[in-house]
Design a protein around this ligand. Structure first.
Ligand code: GAR
Length: 204
């Protein structure tokens, strides 16, 4: 049974989808730790409600990124974390954190990467006038949403969409895709060929 730490900064709807899909009998993995860096993050409430050890670890006042990440790594190692899922965690991680979990940090991003990395991806998509957007599950590297892509799903962009309606449509798909990808990852199905990575058994 793999032990997953989820890092979040906000509502935690993806955290909830992971809990609902993974913390069930016969799962290859469980969410065993939740960490949020924002006091008001609803993810903290969701973690506690599910009976999972849940911590608020503020980055404010810890301007030194490396110190902050050292603290996170210590906590995650204390909880014997096998791998990490970012779920709306709005901080870029450096090698200090990533080296502790090589090829073992996943993220969900609300766009079809490599288009529209960074913040406010649905707004970026609307401004660009694309007719398809979606979400991406990828491994995290030191760039902003630049790590190897593992899974993607598309959603239509409709004429009357605003950032909220498009975000909501994308999130519905995230809640299906992220747990699906995380299950495969937990089963040890990560493969790589040259510089590209795949989840064996995943299909759109
Ligand atoms: C999700 O839509 C996720 O894709 C996005 O933040 C939202 C968090 O929602 N992440 C990013 O934009 C990362 N660059 P949630 O807190 O309800 O899961």
């Amino acid at each position: 049974m793999k032990r997953i730490a989820v890092l979040a900064s906000g509502n935690g709807s993806n955290l909830q989808a992971l809990i609902d899909n993974l913390n069930v009998p016969d799962s290859p993995a469980e969410i065993s730790l939740v960490v949020a860096n924002i006091a008001s993050a609803h993810a903290l409430v969701r973690g506690r409600k599910a009976g999972i050890p849940t911590f608020f670890v503020p980055h404010e006042g810890r301007e030194d990124r490396q110190n902050y990440e050292t603290l996170l790594v210590q906590l995650l190692q204390e909880y014997e974390t096998d791998f990490v899922c970012l779920a709306g965690f709005m901080r870029v991680l450096t090698y200090r954190f990533l080296n502790a979990f090589p090829y073992r940090v996943l993220n969900v991003h609300p766009a079809l990467l490599p288009s529209f990395p960074g913040t406010h991806a649905p707004s970026q998509a609307l401004r660009a006038g694309v007719k398809l957007s979606g979400c991406t599950i990828h491994l995290v590297d030191e760039g902003v949403d630049t790590g190897p892509i593992l899974a993607q799903a598309a959603v239509p962009v409709l004429e009357n969409d605003n950032a909220d309606t498009l975000s909501a449509r994308i999130q519905t798909v995230e809640h299906r895709l992220y747990p699906q990808a995380v299950r495969l990852f937990a089963e040890g199905r990560l493969r790589n060929k040259d510089k590209l990575f795949f989840l064996d058994g995943w299909s759109p």
